[in-house]
Design a protein around this ligand. Structure first.
Ligand code: NAD
Ligand code: TYD
Length: 360
């Protein structure tokens, strides 16, 4: 039975990945979820797996060498899937240091512990040990509106402290692959959406604000383009890369689903109107009049678009969920989990929201 160490499993993509893996492998794997439970980590996301015998949660910081070493000493870890990160661009513009600490230092600590546990006296590694670093397409910078795609060979040109810290993490992993033959892969994925996404990110923020009749903040002219992927498709890709990918390689993961932010907002409003029951009072709140153009994000990347040719050719992965289907599933999930949204938007989040959008 393979044992996985998943970092950041209490966050958005990590928790969806853990659900996906238990759906796929059932009791055939064991998962240890290491998460510091920052504002973005939420154990409610994992309620339905917490009672499993083959699941363990460890609250620890990936920068804490002793805590991470301890996990490797007491468990025969076969796979590391490294999600843990500070992940929000706007927060990185306000407070960059924590991004460098977690995304760069934390990645180094984690790799050093895995290397120490897996490396043999002759510099080779125990058989079938693998590390996967979950990264982002934002490391490649920004594309022109009228063309081009990110390939694995596209030079790195990050613009935000978030994407720069992720790029530094990528380069560190690449350096371990080149220097120590460390058995790792890197995946660079486009924007995800789906259940359990924290409502500081565009899609859940718009769903939540629209349902409460609050302003829908659009940065700049609203024409920035992102390439949206349903989160389950990402979870599947990560598993396929780890099991079928060539060690040492990078794979881009994307949805072939480019949309301007303003288009996304219109789709959400129309879908909400369509899905809300006829007698639901929130129908009167959901309106295009809520759209509010606000000051642009500093250094705002114009367009992201992934060319997923390599992962398709080598591994046979392709996105499966059309945006029209994924957004309905996502909205249905938020309808069914009003308590989750109410919990995560209370307290600290409210303070963040007031400060972030003050005067906008
Ligand atoms: P998230 O912010 O929802 O979750 C991050 C998780 O990491 C949280 O559970 C948090 O508690 C945990 N964490 C943060 N700092 C930690 C630390 N020092 N030690 C241990 N745990 C810590 O993020 P997400 O959207 O789920 O993203 C997961 C990963 O995927 C990140 O590495 C991100 O860069 C990458 N990624 C995200 C997207 C996206 O659209 N969200 C797209 C591509 C890649
Ligand atoms: P976001 O979800 O923060 O993801 P990322 O910055 O990592 O791509 O933002 C997606 C896009 O939506 C990005 O172009 C910024 C824009 N945006 C808004 O227009 N308004 C908002 O309130 C937020 C959070 C984002």
């Amino acid at each position: 039975m393979r044992t996985y160490l998943v970092t950041g499993g209490a966050g958005f993509i990590g928790s969806n990945y853990i659900h996906y893996m238990f759906r796929k492998y059932g009791n055939g794997i064991r998962i240890i979820n290491l998460d510091a439970l920052t504002y973005a980590g939420n154990l409610q996301n994992l309620k339905d797996v917490e009672g499993r015998d083959n699941y363990t949660f460890v609250k620890a910081d990936i920068c804490d060498k002793e805590a991470v070493s301890d996990i490797f000493e007491h468990n025969d870890i076969d796979r590391v899937v490294h999600f843990a990160a500070e992940s929000h661009v706007d927060r990185s513009i306000r407070s960059p240091e924590i991004f460098i600490q977690t995304n760069v230092m934390g990645t180094a600590v984690l790799m050093n512990c895995a290397k120490k546990a897996w490396e043999l006296a002759d510099g080779r590694y125990q058989e079938d040990k693998k590390f996967l670093y979950v990264s982002t397409d934002e490391v490649y910078g920004s594309l022109d509106e009228d063309g081009g795609y990110f390939y694995e060979t596209t030079p790195y040109a990050p613009h935000s402290p978030y994407s720069a810290s992720k790029a530094a993490g990528d380069l560190l992993v690449k350096s371990y692959i080149d220097t120590y033959h460390f058995p790792a892969n890197i995946t660079n994925c486009s924007n995800n959406y789906g259940p359990y996404q924290f409502p500081e990110k565009l899609i859940p923020l718009i769903i939540n604000n629209a349902l409460h009749g609050r302003n829908l903040p659009v940065y700049g002219d609203g024409k920035n383009v992102r390439d949206w992927l349903y989160v389950d498709d990402h979870a599947k890709a990560i598993d396929m890369v780890q099991e079928q990918g060539r060690l040492g390689q990078t794979y881009n993961i994307g949805g072939h689903n480019e949309k301007q932010n303003i288009e996304i907002i219109h789709i959400i409003l129309e879908t909400l109107q369509d899905m809300l029951p006829k007698d639901d009072a929130r129908r009167n709140l959901v309106s295009k009049d809520l759209i509010t153009y606000v000051e642009d994000r500093k250094g705002h990347d114009r367009r992201y678009a992934i060319a997923p040719d390599k992962i398709k050719a080598e591994i046979g992965w392709e996105p499966e969920t059309m945006f029209s289907e994924g957004i309905r599933k996502t909205i249905a999930w938020y309808f069914e989990h009003e308590d989750w949204m109410a919990d995560v938007t209370s307290g600290d989040y409210q303070k963040y929201y007031e400060e972030m959008y003050k005067g906008k």
